[in-house]
Design a protein. Structure first.
Length: 262
């Protein structure tokens, strides 16, 4: 190897080379291309001729941003009448200070269309609110009816239970006094009989029901039974006690209803 030729393995040769990393040139080229594209877009926007609408908009905004000069005839007349810039209109200066703003109409609707749409939207909203209120009232009423029905059914079951207890007590107390036949058939509990006897009793009961104009309810029967047990046997089903006499019953028993014993 001659002295003029450089050894490509020597440090002197390697020190002259640049440290190039993989991918660095690619990233740099992409960034430069994006920068050039952005500059070109800005240049195109500046050089682009604005349309008539854009020019009109720019001129309108520029005019609105600037105050009225003395060259304006209307402003000159106001100044002659004593008006000063920045002062409110009117004798006391309490009127409008800024000019009436411009509302540019861009659609093809009539002048009063927006008011009609607004009024219609308000009516629809009010109608929706009325429907919601009616639905809530119906739900509340249904809930109250359900609670009332449940309360009524519970009271009826309680009355029927008190009536059965009164009938059993009446039969036992009548038997102790030697009474073999109840004053009324329903004063004593119903006795299970054979099928034939049950059919005969049902037929008799149907005939009696046809003859009766008004059928007694469980509440009516309970009141009659309570009066009979208290008047004849001095017995109260809610106290569960047979008293000595009427005076003892009246002085020691709270009353003749279930509510009096709660």
């Amino acid at each position: 190897m001659s002295d003029e030729e450089e050894d490509y393995m020597s440090d002197a040769f390697l020190s002259k080379l640049q440290d190039v990393k993989p991918g660095v040139n690619m990233v740099r080229r992409v960034k430069e291309a994006m920068k050039k594209e952005a500059q070109q877009k800005e240049k195109n926007i500046k050089n682009r001729q604005k349309s008539y609408k854009e020019q009109e908009k720019d001129s309108r905004e520029a005019a609105l941003q600037s105050s009225i000069s003395n060259e304006n005839k209307g402003f000159a007349l106001l100044q002659k009448m004593g008006y000063k810039a920045g002062q409110g209109l009117g004798k006391q200066g309490a009127g409008r200070v800024d000019p009436i703003p411009l509302n540019i109409k861009t659609d093809r609707g009539g002048i009063g269309l927006e008011e009609v749409k607004k009024r219609k939207a308000e009516e629809e909203l009010e109608h929706y609110r009325q429907k919601v209120r009616a639905k809530q009232q119906n739900e509340t009423k249904s809930l109250e009816d359900f609670r009332s029905r449940v309360r009524t059914e519970r009271e009826e079951r309680k009355i029927e239970g008190d009536l059965r207890r009164s009938q059993g007590a009446c039969e036992q107390l009548d038997s102790q006094k030697g009474i073999t036949v109840p004053r009324e058939d329903w004063y004593w509990p119903k006795v299970k009989a054979d099928d034939d006897e049950e059919e005969e009793e049902e037929e008799e009961e149907e005939k009696e029901e046809e003859e009766e104009i008004v059928e007694l309810t469980s509440f009516d029967k309970l009141q009659i039974m309570t009066s009979y047990l208290r008047g004849v046997h001095f017995y109260c089903i809610w106290c569960g006690t047979t008293y000595n006499d009427e005076e003892d019953l009246c002085s020691n028993c709270p009353g003749d209803t279930a509510a009096d014993h709660e």
